[in-house]
Design a binder for this molecule. Structure first.
Ligand code: C2E
Ligand code: CA
Ligand code: CA
Ligand code: CA
Length: 278
């Protein structure tokens, strides 16, 4: 085993060599991406299917690489996390989303924007202070910003993470738990978390309405969340049958290609204009 370990790189397939090269290439590129303004945010609407009249959208990052073209987060977020660059990218995301909130508001459009936050931002930066100062810089009503975290933040010091989430909530921003059902957390400690929103992972939604197993899971998540006064967003809603089923279960919001793919800002304006005409 020792020998194999030593020769591992030599024996690795061309595929994994290519992967390593690719990774180094991305890591190099990330260093200049912020300075060269290569990131942008797309915005995907989250549609109310219940009583709420709230408008909300999720910000999703894209990297316009000078030679590679469009790079999706799946291809660079984990590399950015390993190299630490995620901290500065996270700050850029926060700032850009707040700027967008203020641009929309100046156009008479009042919407909540949720941003995805990496566990590293909780561990290696003062997220609460960054959020506080950015809200102030753009004169944003804190209730217009939401922080999306995944269950993976709780691999870190649970008590510290809860403290930070509570500090964020004290500022007036809301917290949503993303990809629910795929991670490490157990239902029992949901009670301890200061949450406003729970997002049911796409893997459960994609099997609706016919898969009995997913039916049961989705139904119990919604019922349990509501008992804890937490609203529910279903992710990855792609067809009418899924939507009908989720409505029947009293789901609060849906997000997915059935309504809209993630949009460029100008498309977002077009969407809101068409909404206000009706
Ligand atoms: P996520 O937060 O779970 O975001 C949902 C992903 O599902 C997005 O992929 C979105 O484009 C995609 N999606 C939306 N509706 C549908 C649908 O109906 N069907 C299918 N098949 N997919 C749908 P995207 O934009 O590629 O983002 C992937 C992941 O990258 C995100 O998953 C999130 O974990 C991460 N990410 C995105 N933006 C950021 C960011 O600004 N910061 C950090 N730290 N992570 C981000
Ligand atoms: Ca998300
Ligand atoms: Ca998700
Ligand atoms: Ca995800």
């Amino acid at each position: 085993a020792k020998e194999m370990g030593r020769n591992q790189f030599q024996f690795s397939s061309p595929y994994s060599k290519r992967r390593i090269k690719q990774k180094l290439y991305i890591e190099q590129g990330l260093k200049s991406a912020l300075a060269n303004n290569e990131f942008k945010l797309l915005y995907q609407p989250q549609i109310s299917v219940g009583k709420s009249t709230e408008h909300r959208i999720e910000a999703l990052i894209r990297w316009m690489h000078p030679t590679q073209g469009l790079v999706t987060p799946a291809d660079f977020i984990s590399i950015a996390e390993e190299s630490g660059i995620i901290i500065d990218i996270g700050k850029w995301v926060l700032k850009s989303a707040c700027e967008q909130i203020s641009i929309l508001r100046n156009a008479g459009i009042y919407t909540k924007i949720s941003i995805n936050v990496s566990p590293k931002q909780f561990k290696y930066s003062d997220l609460t202070e960054d959020v506080r100062s950015t809200l102030q810089e753009f004169k944003i009503d804190p209730s217009q910003l939401e922080i999306e975290v995944t269950e993976s933040i709780f691999v870190e010091e649970m008590d510290d993470v809860i403290k930070q989430l509570e500090a964020l909530r004290a500022l007036g921003v809301s917290i949503s738990l993303d990809d629910f059902g795929t991670g490490y957390s157990s239902l029992s400690y949901l009670k301890r978390l200061p949450l406003n929103i729970l997002k049911i992972d796409r893997s459960f939604i994609s099997e609706l309405p016919n898969n009995k197993h997913s039916q049961t899971i989705v139904e119990s998540i919604i019922r349990m969340a509501h008992q804890l006064s937490i609203q529910v967003i279903a992710e990855g809603v792609e067809n009418q049958a899924q939507l009908d089923y989720l409505k029947k279960l009293d789901c609060d919001f849906v997000q997915g290609y059935l309504f809209s793919i993630p949009l460029e800002t100008r498309e977002l304006f077009t969407l809101y204009q068409s909404l206000s005409v009706q």
